[in-house]
Ligand binder design. Structure first.
Ligand SMILES: NC(=O)c1ccc[n+]([C@@H]2O[C@H](COP(=O)([O-])OP(=O)(O)OC[C@H]3O[C@@H](n4cnc5c(N)ncnc54)[C@H](OP(=O)(O)O)[C@@H]3O)[C@@H](O)[C@H]2O)c1
Length: 223
């Protein structure tokens, strides 16, 4: 696989995290599920191991233990749990690359864009964790079911982050799994991808689509 070989998925017991864990396992990554409840993480890990018998063993740990054990830490939790999740791993993620997929949805009005005062959930996360953590934000506009099923979704992924090299690691990881991923500029631009999710949820609802996504048109001549 491209890029990091050990990946902690915090919130991997849930929909997006479970889908992304499956995406990673298809690429041969070593996956560590992180949960507020280590036993729940282990149960999810056992399920994944039986689903992917030829992949490296999947482990389940507490949030901090999972994050400490991985090269790449992925955050897939509801916005209401974002701060607490980052607080739980702050010390052990220093110096690491962290992929944040959190969308600042505020139920019940999830069809309305409601970005936090910092500008985006990812920027809020950066402020919380400090500059020692290299945050890249992505996956906001892909339905978990696409990632879980392993069918190539006809939608693209916007990848934002302040360091081009860090964005590239994530672009490579996503493209190695068959997704089309785009450098979408600095982490502050995650506001656009996070905001789009409310629009996509509304489109799903209005038109009866299962997992609407976005597509960038045009043919790249470079990069
Ligand atoms: N689902 C999608 O298709 C999709 C697509 C794009 C982006 N996203 C974004 O990805 C993030 C995760 O979405 P999801 O649909 O995977 O969420 P989810 O299934 O409801 O939750 C994911 C995990 O978060 C953990 N968690 C921690 N604190 C929580 C709390 N207070 N309430 C509920 N769960 C909590 C739970 O794990 P433990 O109980 O094991 O700790 C749960 O399994 C969200 O920010 C969402 O907006 C989702």
């Amino acid at each position: 696989m491209a890029g990091p070989v050990s990946v902690a998925v915090l919130g991997g017991t849930g929909d997006l995290g479970g889908g992304f864990a499956r995406f990673l396992l298809r690429q041969g990554a070593r996956v560590i599920i992180g949960s507020r409840d280590a036993e729940r993480a282990r149960a999810a890990a056992r399920e994944l191991s039986s689903e992917f018998p030829n992949a490296p063993t999947v482990l389940g740990e507490s949030l901090a233990e999972a994050a400490a054990a991985a090269e790449l830490v992925v955050v897939t939790v509801p916005y209401a749990a974002h701060r607490a999740t980052l607080d739980a791993v702050r010390d052990v993620v220093q110096g690491k690359l962290l992929l944040d997929a959190t969308v600042p949805l505020r139920p019940p009005k999830v069809l309305r864009v409601q970005l936090p005062a910092a500008g985006s959930a990812a920027v809020e996360g950066q402020q919380l964790l400090g500059e020692g953590v290299r945050i890249v934000a992505a996956l906001h506009n892909i339905a978990a079911s696409h990632l879980a099923a392993g069918t190539l979704p006809d939608c693209d992924v916007l990848v934002t982050g302040d360091k081009e090299a860090d964005r590239q690691v994530i672009v490579d990881l996503l493209e190695a799994g068959g997704l089309r991923a785009w450098h979408a500029g600095p982490l502050a631009n995650s506001a656009a991808a996070e905001a789009l999710t409310s629009i996509l949820i509304g489109i799903n609802k209005r038109y009866g689509i299962h997992g609407a996504g976005i597509r960038i048109t045009g043919t790249p001549q470079s990069g």
